[in-house]
Design a protein around this ligand. Sequence first.
Ligand code: SF4
Ligand code: WCC
Ligand code: FE2
Length: 631
Amino acid sequence: MSDQFISIYQSGEEQLLEKAVKDGAETMWDRKAAQKTPCGFGEKGVCCRICAMGPCRVSPVAGKGAQKGICGATADVIVARNYARMVAAGTAAHSDHARDIAHILHMASRDGNYKVRDEKKLMSLAKEWGVNTENRDIYEIAHEVAEIALNEFGKPFGTLKFLERAPELRQKVWEDLQIKPRAIDREIATILHSTHVGCTGDAESLVHMSMRTSLADGWGGSMIGTEFSDIIFGTPVPRETEANLGVLDEKQVNIILHGHEPSLSEMIVMASLDPEMQKLAKEVGAEGINLAGMCCTGNEVTMRHGVKIAGNFYQQEMAILTGAVEAIIVDVQCIFPALAKLSDCYHTKFITTSPKAKITGATHIEFHEDNAMESAKNIVKEAIENFKNRKNEKVFIPEIKSNAVVGYSVEAVIKQLDKVVNPHIDPMGTVKPLADVIKAGVLRGAVGIVGCNNPKSKHDYSHIEIMKKLIANDVIVVTTGCAAQAAAKAGLLTKDARKLAGQGLATVCELVDIPPVLHMGSCVDISRILTIVGEVAKHLGIDNSDLPVAGIAPEWMSEKAVAIATYVISSGIDTFLGITPPVTGSDEVVDILTNRVENMTGAKFFIEEDPHALADKVLGRIEEKRQKLGI
Ligand code: SF4
Ligand code: WCC
Ligand code: FE2
């Protein structure tokens, strides 16, 4: 195995942590140590503080200790209620992001900052939603489409429009289970209502409701987030980039873009290219402006502009510890409040931009979409002017980075697949070649690996071990979020990584000209994975749950991940969690999630903290599915 593929375990993190001690900087590890042993009640999900008669914590062991909260809620009810609220919060985060993006399309104009970049996608969505496109200005169409999307959040009647994109068999499952989400906000509000003190007191009902709410994320908020970002900023195509802290450049103004919504980061990318900004950078003695991304913002700008990836969730503190970052610009989600104090140890400016995520101690420069370019320039200017405050003796940039190819939207994957289509025999522009190789067994299956980092697991270790094992066994991997950035840093997003693939997958990669692990974008872009799985199922005339596919969140930590895992299950795709969710205080809830839910949705949860055992279970399950399908 070449060094490139093991570099992930020598990424300079240890040196940076030593540097932190020397610089008197506090990191997550100090705070983790201060937490001592985590609360066993919280860990098992049996702590309730939903009303002021409590907090109540009940025993996770039947027949021993307090078995009920003051209101009589059992461990089953408390665990299920807490789970449902995680799903609600995750769904709210993805969907509120999507709402902002839909608003941006609604304000897009020919001479404004935000334009329509993918007209084809807009027109096809307009057609899908029955919007008249004849003899109309493209922006008029865009505004109507945006308004329909905005109504998906609060419409009083009907169910979500994007559900109709799923295979018919899947829609029937949802229909029979009565879990087709209605308006997005409504599902979130309903579940908050139902989990209020004195409402739902039945675990199965709470899981059932959680499924409906989560589908409002996957086939609602997240899908709107993806589709509308593509329309406004362009549908990603494969492009090359680099990943890891080594992309920071001592000679340039380093700006980290961290957070989620492309509306801000796209403008920062544009602003940094502005000759006026470039000139300013030279004036302060820098060679230029170096943007580097983190978390989903990192994914959004890398797949549309090739902006380099500084790292994933766990590395946000590391980036500041390099002492080489002039500014870390954030909007919403996955941002450590600790960055404010940490930035104070260096010259780094920690700039918050969203009224939804202000942080004490940060410099708040509010980003206004209606004045986007000017706001972005002001933010970039702050960073440039801060270059002169950098203390060279405090700079240490680990010299580690890997090449990566990013940006495999569904459209881009299909375009690659066209390379093996004989147009005299088969149609172009479909997933047929993918379905064919899965059917033939050249690929045993396809797996989505997604999600965060979590200090409960060695940084990126589970992501990478699982990916390597799956591709070695001819399972193609698609990836998003921080998992995708782990793959990028490990060199798995290169065509070279074919060497690590089994013979079948290596051959497919060769013919179709792709890496064995495909970067599909940010966390909301898991909707791209739902789309491609659905397309393959439709092509074969079967349901998602029949396919040899699975979802894995090896190092997840956020409520968004719980919402995602739940909509993936509800979409008929098995989901493997590498971190145990706080549900083990209820045998009933564990039984529903890891067993009974399969009778409802055709898929279930697997919880396995050992990455190698997890990969084996995935492979076993894939073979089971193949056998059932008779392929
Ligand atoms: Fe206790 Fe019930 Fe109130 Fe929860 S809702 S804090 S279990 S009394
Ligand atoms: Ni999505 Fe997890 Fe990263 Fe945040 S950016 S840390 S939810 S995977
Ligand atoms: Fe994310």
